[in-house]
Write a protein that binds this ligand. Structure first.
Ligand SMILES: C[C@H](O)[C@H](O)[C@H]1CNC2=NC(N)=NC(=O)C2=N1
Length: 141
């Protein structure tokens, strides 16, 4: 069974499908998350310094877009997942940020990485438990 993408309710499916297609394998390098609500991939660099520089370039763009990643880092590799928490699914911002990451990584000399690395993915899952109360619309008191 292949996972189907689940788009955020504010992202028109036709537009979403067209935008997502070039990012996904084999055209692009991204894979759907197991639940279909996000896209993820590892970014590997020559060493920690380059990888951290990459993450340091992505971070201010997240602030600008008001959209945060679920990510982890071990040495020379950043594992990035883009998903939208509210409304849940893949949104236009996930697509924008995935493209941004691809572009920046290319400029920074991304190197070939092996396929989805379970260690990095697991770290993303774990940190997601801690940060799991993000993006929940604030209750009016
Ligand atoms: C108010 C603020 O814009 C929202 O909480 C944003 C912040 N960043 C976000 N990032 C992600 N990945 N998903 C969201 O739903 C989200 N919501």
């Amino acid at each position: 069974m292949t996972t189907q993408p689940i788009f955020a309710s504010n992202y028109p499916p036709t537009e979403a499908t067209a935008a997502l297609a070039p990012l996904l394998k084999p055209t692009g390098k991204w894979s759907l998350t197991p639940n279909g609500q996000g896209i993820e991939r590892p970014f590997k660099f020559k060493g920690f310094k380059k990888c951290w520089e990459f993450m340091n370039t992505v971070a201010p763009e997240c602030t600008k877009q008001k959209h945060h990643p679920e990510w982890s880092n071990v040495y020379n590799t950043a594992y990035i997942r883009w998903t939208t928490h509210s409304p849940p699914g893949i949104s236009g911002k996930d697509v924008v940020m995935a493209r941004f990451c691809d572009e920046v990584a290319r400029e920074m000399g991304e190197v070939e990485s092996v396929d989805v690395q379970d260690v990095e993915r697991e770290l993303v899952e774990r940190v997601g438990v801690e940060g799991g109360d993000c993006c929940v619309p604030k209750k009016k008191s």
